[in-house]
Design a protein around this ligand. Structure first.
Ligand SMILES: C[S@@+](CC[C@H](N)C(=O)[O-])C[C@H]1O[C@@H](n2cnc3c(N)ncnc32)[C@H](O)[C@@H]1O
Length: 192
């Protein structure tokens, strides 16, 4: 699992492709915006038969994760996760998506940089396996409501979900906001 295929947008990567990267893999989970990789690495350590693939646009963050020698079932790649989901992944490939504290891009002129759009929601739905889920956390309530409604338009329902406060697999922002006692909004989303 140490290497990573070169993406060709004309050839979507199937579940079989990801499963074949290492013996014994049973689940493929994708994190978009992995930051310093705390969730990605800890989740991979906790679930050795799952492959965790992180897509992160910041080269510095990706380099910092790689310097920490992640386990072989944690991959991180400097790519726009939205582009990967929309154009690279085959249908019914991913068991779970994780999106923790996506950048809010407050300014109206930056709105198109926001992760969640109708196209992205459709692509999430297309690429999830039956029974798959998207796990989302954000510290911005209005953004949570917007994401919930974009996902609802693509047929996702929200289910109550909260990670245990003593789980090692918390993202850095999750841990920081929890320590500060800050409100966090989140849910597990699955096709209704
Ligand atoms: C606020 S940080 C949160 C990092 C981490 N998820 C956490 O909870 O600690 C948001 C991260 O998402 C990354 N990001 C934003 N848009 C992205 C995209 N379209 N694809 C991949 N990474 C993205 C940013 O570079 C940044 O590292």
């Amino acid at each position: 699992v140490a290497t990573f295929a070169v993406f060709d947008p004309a050839t979507r990567l199937t579940r079989e492709y990801w499963i074949s990267l290492a013996p014994g893999l049973q689940r493929i989970e994708v994190e978009i915006g992995s930051g310093d990789g705390k969730f990605l690495v800890e989740a991979a350590l906790q679930h050795p038969t799952s492959l965790f693939v992180g897509f992160e646009v910041s080269a510095g963050s990706v380099a910092r994760v790689l310097r920490r020698s992640p386990p072989p079932n944690a991959l991180i790649k400097q790519l726009d996760g939205r582009w990967v989901v929309e154009h690279v992944l085959a249908d019914r490939t991913i068991d779970a998506y994780h999106v923790y504290f996506p950048d809010p891009w407050w300014k109206k002129r930056h709105a198109k940089r926001r992760l969640f759009s109708g196209e992205f929601a459709q692509a999430l739905r297309r690429t999830l396996v039956p029974g798959g889920s998207l796990y989302l956390l954000t510290d911005v309530e209005t953004r949570y409501r917007e994401i919930e409604s974009v996902l609802a338009e693509s047929g996702f329902a929200a289910f109550a979900w909260e990670r245990s406060a003593n789980s090692a697999a918390q993202s850095s922002y999750e841990r920081k906001y929890r320590a500060q006692g800050r409100s966090v909004w989140g849910a597990r989303f699955a096709p209704a």
